[in-house]
Write a protein that binds this ligand. Sequence first.
Ligand SMILES: Cc1ncc(COP(=O)(O)O)c(C=O)c1O
Length: 389
Amino acid sequence: MRYSSLVTRVTGEGADAWVVHYAARAARDRGEDVVILSIGDPDLPAPPAVLERALEALRRGDARYTPVAGRAHVRGAIAALHARRTGQAIDASQVLFTAGAQNALFTAALCVAGPGDEVLALEPLYPTYPAALQASGARMLRVPCRADFRVDLEALAARIGPSTRALFFATPNNPSGVIMSAAELAVVGELARRHDLWVVVDEVYAGLGPEGRVPSLAATIPEQVVTLGSLSKSHSLPGWRAGWLIGPRELVAHAEALAACMLFGLPGFIQEATVTAVGVAEEAEARVRALCAARRDFLVRALADVPGLRCAVPESGMFLLIDVRATGLTGHEFMHALYDAERVAVLDGGAFGASTAGYVRLCYADDEAVLAEGAKRIRRFAGTLARRG
Ligand SMILES: Cc1ncc(COP(=O)(O)O)c(C=O)c1O
């Protein structure tokens, strides 16, 4: 039987990033001794009030169909959170409730570009982006970053052409933790204004920025900015699939039509709990930030002076990039060899683009004992490489 060209667009570039991660998970399920540092899945329980609200809604029988765009009071609560974070006063009609930020990204990508269009994506780039951005038939062009992982504004300007429709990036970035500065955003905003570009900003880690905020263009060019977010990272609730897309009313109306044929509404009890989660956002985010900062420092100390490795300490987020080039291996080779030798799963930096191909990414939002064991094995592995020369 034949398939559409979509199936190759969504299984190409980026799709094999998780090979070692999945192998490690399967090994753990078989009871084998593995250390998994390959995914951002913090080991924190749900905030009690959020859990209670979900359970209470479920007990009340909140199991019926819900409005496609999300319940009005839920969209209103998310709008208020966005206004607090960005200074952009919006109402509920500018919010679409989605199944996580990933679903919001996919929805935005399908609504802003299509065949014959180009979209730009700033490296380093979360591995699900190429498929999500190209599902629409648009062509994705990568914009390499500077050596310090900050946006290369000249490279960005040079990539913009007559077919460019949109720019996508994450701030804070995964995996680098870099937060786009107000000065950098001002240039990005000016380019977007001049070339009529959509600016789709993935703020899934915004709650991990200082005070739970990151500089934003949403209030500056509200007609062009689409903001994506979720409870996955800020509240440590990735499995709940609670997220949102925020943008101009017309875009949200198009996105709602897409959601009608894709989702037809999301669970009511998750939506009710999202209202509570948004209400306790400050405390919840402070809890995740404190955990991440402490675990980052712990892991960086545990990996200090490992031969051939250099940690690029991030300003925010939950990931550590380690430069492995001095070992003579690429990130991809290091990832596989480390897993084969020590059963430690990390992610190849190359999965985020050529800019990070000499790195591996570790998630540090985990138990200290797990981090310590992972660091011990990595040190042993790097020692073996160094002895081999
Ligand atoms: C940059 C980035 N965007 C989006 C997502 C997906 O988030 P969600 O769980 O809200 O779909 C992730 C998850 O790791 C991410 O790192």
